[in-house]
Design a protein around this ligand. Structure first.
Ligand SMILES: NC(=O)C1=CN([C@@H]2O[C@H](COP(=O)(O)OP(=O)(O)OC[C@H]3O[C@@H](n4cnc5c(N)ncnc54)[C@H](OP(=O)(O)O)[C@@H]3O)[C@@H](O)[C@H]2O)C=CC1
Ligand SMILES: O=C(O)C1=N[C@H](C(=O)O)C[C@H](O)C1
Length: 266
C-alpha cells in the first residue's frame, strides 16, 4: 500500500517495544521500517517479530534514514541519543519514556524547533481524559481537601513515582496555583507530624504484572472523591503512540503532547 507511515521502534525487544511492533504490523496505514536495540544487546540480529522480516539492529543512523517517525519507549539516556539523531536526520519522534530530569525535558522541547515531537508520560486516551477531569476536580475541591496520588505498577518498573503520577500532580498543582516542586511529598515514614494541607502526597506500589493503576484522592471531612484510571493492556499505550505518529505526519515541527494529539488542549 502506498504512503504508509514508515515507523522505527526503539527498545524493540522491550515490553512496550514488542507491543508497539504488534500494533504497527496490525495497522493498515503503517509499516515497520526498522527495529532498534542498544549496542551489545543480545537481541541484535534476531527477528523483531514473527513473520515481518525485520531484524533488530543497533545501527541507528542507517535505520532512521528515510523513516517517517521513531517511537521510543526506552530509558532517558537512550531516548536522548535517539532524539539527537532524529533531529539531525529530520525524523519525527514519539517519546513515551519516563524518568527525565527537568533539564532533559527542556532538551526534548527544544527539538520541536526542528522536528515534530510528541512527548507524553502516558499515551492512553483514558489517562489523558483523566488529566482534564483532575483539572475540573481540583478547581472545585480547592479548599479543605487533601490531595494524594497513588500509583501501582509491575515489579520491573525502574522509576518512581510514575511519569503519569507526576503529571497528575502537576495538573492538580497548576489548577490550584501551586508549584509541584515546592509542595510534593514523596512517601512518608516514622513520626511525620500532622499533614500539611498545602502538600500533594505521592505513594508508590510495585508488584507482579500490574500494567498501570493511578488514583488521585481528594480527601475532605465527610467525603472523599477518587479519580482512578486502570490500564489492563499495554496495547492502549501503543495505539496512542500510533495516533501520535499520524498526528506528526501532518503537523510540521513542534513540541506536542497527547492533549494536542487527542484535541483536548484548552
Ligand atoms: N508513555 C506511555 O504511555 C508509557 C510509557 N512507558 C515507559 O516506557 C519506558 C519503557 O518501558 P518498558 O517497555 O516497560 O521497559 P523495558 O525495560 O521492557 O524496555 C525498554 C527497552 O529499551 C531498551 N533500552 C534501555 N536502555 C537503552 C538505551 N540506553 N539505549 C537504547 N535502548 C535502551 C531496553 O534494552 P535492554 O533490555 O538491553 O536494557 C529495552 O529493550 C519506561 O520509561 C516506561 O515508564 C511504559 C508504558 C507506557
Ligand atoms: O513503566 C510502565 O509500565 C508505565 N509507565 C508509564 C509511567 O511511568 O507513567 C505509563 C504507564 O503507567 C506504564
Amino acid at each position: 500500500m502506498p504512503n504508509r507511515l514508515r515507523i522505527v521502534i526503539a527498545g524493540s525487544a522491550g515490553r512496550m517495544g514488542q507491543v508497539l511492533i504488534e500494533a504497527v504490523n496490525s495497522a493498515p496505514d503503517c509499516v515497520l521500517y526498522g527495529a532498534l536495540e542498544r549496542v551489545g544487546s543480545p537481541n541484535v540480529g534476531r527477528p523483531a517479530a514473527l513473520m515481518d522480516g525485520v531484524l533488530i539492529t543497533d545501527d541507528m543512523a542507517t535505520t532512521l534514514r528515510g523513516a517517517d517517525a521513531l517511537i521510543d519507549f526506552t530509558r532517558p539516556e537512550g531516548t536522548l541519543a535517539h532524539l539527537a539523531l532524529c533531529r539531525e536526520l529530520g525524523v519525527n519522534i514519539i517519546i513515551g519514556t519516563t524518568g527525565f530530569s527537568a533539564e532533559q525535558k527542556q532538551q526534548i522541547a527544544d527539538a520541536g524547533k526542528d522536528i515534530g515531537v510528541v512527548f507524553a508520560p502516558n499515551m492512553s486516551v483514558g489517562v489523558n481524559l483523566t488529566f482534564k477531569l483532575l483539572e475540573i476536580a481540583a478547581k472545585v475541591l480547592n479548599e479543605g481537601y487533601d490531595i494524594e496520588v497513588v500509583e501501582a505498577h509491575h515489579r520491573h518498573k525502574v522509576d518512581a513515582p510514575s511519569g503519569t503520577a507526576l503529571r497528575m500532580g502537576e495538573v492538580v498543582a497548576e489548577a490550584l496555583g501551586r508549584d509541584l516542586s515546592e509542595c510534593a511529598v514523596y512517601g512518608r515514614e516514622g513520626v511525620t507530624g500532622e499533614r500539611d494541607p498545602s502538600t500533594i502526597g505521592f505513594a508508590t506500589v510495585r508488584g507482579g504484572d500490574i500494567v498501570g493503576d493511578h488514583t488521585v484522592m481528594f480527601a475532605g471531612i465527610g467525603e472523599r472523591v477518587e479519580i482512578t484510571h486502570k490500564a489492563s493492556s499495554r496495547m492502549t499505550f501503543a495505539q496512542g503512540a500510533l495516533r501520535a505518529a499520524r498526528y506528526l505526519s501532518t503537523s510540521g515541527a513542534g513540541a506536542f503532547d497527547m492533549q494536542d494529539v487527542l484535541g483536548l488542549r484548552g
